[in-house]
Design a protein around this ligand. Structure first.
Ligand code: PMT
Length: 224
């Protein structure tokens, strides 16, 4: 049993999707439910950590009162909230599925139906993990996720390096029982040193426990 092995540690997480407004009634988003991120938040809490959650719009049941909880919509809002807490965290986990692009302009009124096609111009969003990765201190641990559909390992390792993660958790859209919305996941965890841990298909809470074990191994803390 792992007990209270994260006692005294401050942990921040980004979880869920982001929503990027097109007009007052429409947005661009993705299928993230927040289940993986919330399972991690609960696991950290149960193992003694003080936990900050920056959450995109999710509809799963959550016990916000157990956390320092901030609700956000857009990638930009998520970035500002994560940036606010980052410097005091021991561990930062980027489990959110952040939209890479957002409408360049938000229409002030509902866009009217017009013609047979409609173009929406998108601009690149801030990469939250990459920006905070630049500010990472030697005693901080950053954990990222990679959701891939092809060349999974190569892309995951590339993100590990580019975003200055200590660990990256790869979940593949190709695997049955893994990824968005489900209560289960199947992951491979890569560390800077190249080590790989592979899970079976298991409940997200159990996967979260595995990830915490790897974080502990990666850290130089003396933990009980
Ligand atoms: O929420 P669930 O339904 O339970 O599904 C879980 C999940 C599939 C969403 C989760 O396990 C997961 O993989 N989250 C990350 C999905 C993702 O956006 O992956 P990515 O490969 O596009 O991004 C790589 C990393 O950079 C991620 O840690 C992401 O949070 C971060 N990122 C990406 C873009 C951006 N603008 N800012 C970021 O911080």
């Amino acid at each position: 049993e792992s007990g209270q092995d994260f006692k005294g540690k401050k942990v921040g997480l980004t979880i869920g999707p982001t929503q990027e407004a097109i007009d007052p009634v429409r947005f661009i988003s993705n299928h993230s439910s927040g289940k993986m991120g919330y399972a991690l938040a609960e696991a950290f809490l149960e193992r003694g950590a003080e936990v900050w959650v920056v959450s995109g719009p999710i509809s799963i049941p959550v016990a916000k009162e157990n956390f320092h909880w901030v609700d956000v919509h857009s990638a930009q809002e998520m970035y500002l909230a994560a940036n606010d807490i980052h410097s005091k965290m021991d561990v930062m986990v980027f489990a959110a599925a952040v939209a890479d692009y957002a409408p360049a302009e938000v229409a002030p009124e509902k866009i009217k139906k017009q013609g047979n096609s409609l173009e929406i111009h998108l601009k690149k969003n801030v990469d939250i993990a990459q920006e905070l990765g630049k500010q990472k201190k030697p005693n901080q641990i950053h954990v990222g996720f990679a959701l891939e559909t092809e060349n999974e390992k190569e892309h995951a390792v590339d993100k590990l390096n580019r975003k200055n993660f200590d660990l990256i958790v790869l979940n593949s859209m190709k695997e049955k029982g893994a990824g968005f919305r489900l209560d289960t996941n199947r992951v491979s965890i890569f560390s800077k040193s190249g080590e790989v841990v592979e899970s079976d298909v298991a409940p997200k809470k159990e996967i979260a426990g595995m990830i915490l074990d790897q974080i502990k191994k990666e850290s130089s803390w003396t933990l009980v």
